[in-house]
Every structure is written in C-alpha cells, then in structure tokens.
Design a binder for this molecule. Structure first.
Ligand code: NAP
Length: 292
C-alpha cells in the first residue's frame, strides 16, 4: 500500500485564496482591511522569523499588519498595557502574542488580557474553556490543530466513532487537537512522556496525530494499515551531506509510514503552511465578528 499524500501546501493555498478573495470583497464594499497585530517580546531568532512570515502573508492577502516588539526585559505591566492598547484600536482585528514569552512573564495573564473577539490564536482561557465544553463553541480555535482538522476533512477522514490517538498534550497543539477530535465524536487517547506502551497504542489508531517534537519517532510498525497520519512535528537536522548543511523533517518517518498508512501528511509541506493559512482565516473572521 502506498499512502495518499495529504498535501498541506496545496490545501493551504486554497484556504489563502479563499481568504484573499473575501478580503478583497470586504474592501470593495468599503470596509477596512482586516488588521493583525503581532507582539514579540525579546529577539528570539525563530520567533522573529515566524512574525516576519505572518506579516508578509498579511500583505499577500490584502490585510494590514502591525508589528510590535518589546525588549526581552519588558515588565508584565508593559506587555499587558500594549495588549490593552491593541484591544482598543479599531484597526486591529486580531492580536497575536508570539509564544514562548520570556520566563519572567506570566503567559496566562497576558493571553487573558486579549479581547476574546481579537484572540485569533485561540489561546484565551475562555476560548480554550469553550473548546473543552460540550455544547459550547469557541470564537477561535488554535491555528495548528485547526489546520490539522481541515486536512483530516480534506483527506476524507471519518471522525465519528474513529479511534484517534494524539501524541503530545501541549497547550498549543496536542490538547486542543484532542478536544477538537472529541467534538467531532472521535474516541480519543492522548499520549505523553509518561504513557506506557506508546507504540501499541498508536498502532490501534485510525487517526494518528504526531505532535511529540521527536524527529521521525513514529515508525512503520506504530501505524495501523490504512490509518490517517498527520505529522505536526518540524525539525531542522544538521547534515553536512546536504547542500544547505541541514534537512527538515517531522515526527513521522514519512517514507516507511507511507508504506502502511492510508494517507499521511509530510513535514515539511504539511501542517506548517496550514497553520499560517488558518491564522489568516481567523484574522478575517475576527474582522467579520467585529464589523458585520
Ligand atoms: P511540546 O510543547 O514540546 O510538547 C510535546 C509533547 O510531546 C508533550 O506533551 C510531551 O509530553 C510529549 N512527548 C515528548 N517526548 C515524548 C516521548 N518520548 N514519548 C511520548 N511523549 C513525548 O511541543 P509542541 O509545541 O506541542 O510541538 C510539537 C511538535 O510540533 C514540535 O516538533 C514543534 O516544532 C511542532 N509544531 C509545529 C507547528 C506547525 O505549525 N507546523 C506548530 C506548533 C508546533 P509531556 O507533556 O509529558 O512533557
């Protein structure tokens, strides 16, 4: 069996084109361009790259972006004051605080300070709380798991009653992913660093989400025949034999897993492009919530 590749790059392009068209429609109707404000505290190189990517994507889709950078030693009050200012700014529809924050800052308090109608990352405790409750819906869903769900739907996954295994329980990926799958009536097992018999549990999954942060940990014998596998992991591995001196890979050993899975998303080219596409979609949605 050779798995179908779930092409996140192509699916993300579709999402972005849809967003771009809707933004153009709004602007043509005399509405302001949706605006995304990013808040970066400190100068972590990876975070700077992510913020830059989001800014460029806003421009490509016809949206406004506003970048705010505070020094690494910014106080809790300074960060929260900036968030309050952005909450009150009508040109800002979505606020993204780039995580992780420096250790001296209280991340939960900062996220709680964001107006929930501008919480396009979906990390506000009220949005996460609603995600966890039956019969309640969050205004926004965290972008990476949202992108995974979109890919699962595109891959034709039957979620109702499916045995889904989420490898990882982080606040930004694993846990919201598991909550989303439960909302779609899957039977969900969440695995983490203390889980026993990891391989055996994964091998029972109809749907396997790998968000463990360990390069190519998920091998062929971890995957049930015909399962749908989404690889959230992103890793840069130094390799002097490669032209760039490194290669990119995910949490899944793609080539061997593709021999048994029904469908599998690659990394790179899978969840990564979906995450940013969903962020743009959430920013548009924020503008719709606030202005329509
Ligand atoms: P994280 O916060 O480090 O969480 C990793 C999770 O995996 C934790 O729940 C941890 O368990 C569990 N884990 C770690 N080692 C394990 C092991 N040997 N066996 C079983 N479970 C283990 O990572 P994250 O932020 O969720 O990210 C996961 C991966 O996705 C990373 O590679 C990251 O770069 C990638 N990512 C990609 C995107 C994207 O847009 N493409 C976005 C976010 C993250 P404990 O809870 O017990 O510690």
């Amino acid at each position: 069996m050779t798995a179908t590749k779930i092409d996140g790059k192509a699916i993300a392009k579709e999402v972005r084109e849809e967003v771009k068209a809707k933004v153009a429609e709004r602007v043509a109707a005399g509405k302001p361009k949706p605006g995304l404000a990013t808040v970066l505290v400190g100068s972590d190189p990876a975070s700077e790259v992510y913020v830059g990517m989001k800014k460029r994507m806003c421009e490509r889709l016809g949206m406004e972006s506003f970048s705010h950078t505070l020094p690494a030693d910014a106080s809790q009050e300074e960060v929260e004051a900036l968030v309050s200012k952005l909450n009150a700014d009508p040109t800002v529809n979505g606020i993204l605080v780039q995580l992780p924050l420096p250790d001296h800052l209280d991340e939960e308090k900062v996220l709680q300070a964001i107006d929930i109608t501008k919480d396009i990352d979906g990390f506000h405790p009220i949005n996460i709380g609603r995600l966890a409750q039956k019969g309640r819906e969050p205004l926004f869903v965290p972008c990476t798991p949202d992108g995974c769900m979109y890919m699962l739907n595109k891959a034709g996954a039957k979620l109702e009653g499916a045995n889904a295994v989420v490898l990882g329980r982080s606040n930004i990926v694993g846990m919201p992913m598991a909550l989303l799958l439960v909302k779609q009536n899957a039977t969900v097992t969440i695995c983490h660093s203390r889980t026993k018999n990891l391989k055996e549990i994964c091998a029972e999954a109809d749907i396997l989400i790998a968000a463990v942060g360990r390069p190519e940990m998920v091998k062929k014998d971890w995957v049930k025949k015909g399962a749908i596998v989404i690889d959230v992991g992103t890793h840069r591995i130094d390799d002097a034999t490669k032209e760039k001196g490194y290669y990119l890979t995910g949490d899944v050993a793609y080539d061997e897993v593709a021999e048994v899975a029904g469908a599998v998303s690659p990394s790179p080219g899978g969840v990564g492009p979906m995450t940013i596409a969903m962020l743009m979609r959430n920013t548009l949605r924020a503008a719709e919530i606030q202005q329509d």
